[in-house]
Design a protein around this ligand. Structure first.
Ligand SMILES: *Cc1c(COP(=O)(O)O)cnc(C)c1O
Length: 223
């Protein structure tokens, strides 16, 4: 079996059946994606708008493309036609742009709100407090072309497992509070996307039901 198919098979044996695996194919060529596709993988994650649009237009139509990177508002129109899920809504400004583009296209777009729970300084993502405030009761009327599907988070980039666990636990608590609060009548709000190659087992133990794995499937990326 080729390397990618082998790694996928090994991963699938370890991942619980109710956890969705997003194969993060950013910076990897179409041939690598097709090798994973041949091994049955249908959900792929990309972090650059034009790269995703290009791959989506050339590769099989039954691939589910997930956008996982920081999305600039001027690239929203390149992503909306192809994305079955956008993991990385990191500002209300971006949410507004996605809503407008989706309305123009006559469809609803599924999104995850990106939380910032890690130690590293970054300007991307909401703190749990900010997100609770942003998703107020009027949110559905204000963003009619958005389907709120859940939350995405990344843990601190550290070796300290306890710190990683705490970050994931914080994201989960925020997700559950929203799910049982403002989103309680929205059955679509059920996805908690967290965990990458090096920390996904901790994420799953802390309640993730979607994980995003690149390196452990495709090998190292060349930036
Ligand atoms: C690149 C990336 C991943 C995959 O990371 P690996 O360490 O290669 O598994 C997951 N999530 C996001 C948001 C990414 O940018």
């Amino acid at each position: 079996m080729p390397a990618i198919a082998l790694r996928l098979a090994g991963l699938r044996q370890r991942i619980p059946g109710d956890v969705t695996l997003v194969a993060v194919s950013k910076f990897h060529p179409a041939e690598a994606i097709m090798e994973a596709y041949g091994a049955g993988q249908r959900v792929f994650g990309e972090s650059r708008a034009l790269e995703m649009a290009d791959k989506a237009s050339r590769l099989p139509a039954d691939i589910e493309w997930h956008f996982i990177g920081h999305l600039q508002t001027n690239k929203v129109r390149n992503v909306v036609p192809h994305a079955s899920l956008i993991h990385s809504i990191d500002s209300m400004h971006l949410l507004k742009a996605v809503n407008a583009e989706a309305a123009k296209a006559g469809r609803r777009v599924r999104v995850l709100m990106q939380l910032h729970v890690a130690l590293e300084e970054t300007k991307y993502g909401f703190t749990p407090e900010e997100l609770a405030e942003a998703l107020g009761p009027g949110i559905f009327e204000e963003y009619p072309a958005i389907e709120f599907a859940g939350v995405m988070a990344m843990a601190s980039n550290v070796d300290d497992e306890e710190r990683i666990r705490r970050d994931f636990a914080e994201a989960r608590a925020c997700f559950e509070a929203l799910r049982d609060g403002v989103m309680k009548d929205n059955p679509s709000f059920r996805t908690l996307s967290m965990g990458m190659s090096h920390d996904w087992p901790i994420a799953v133990a802390e309640g993730a039901n979607m994980i995003r794995i690149g390196t452990d499937i495709f090998g190292e990326r060349e930036y």
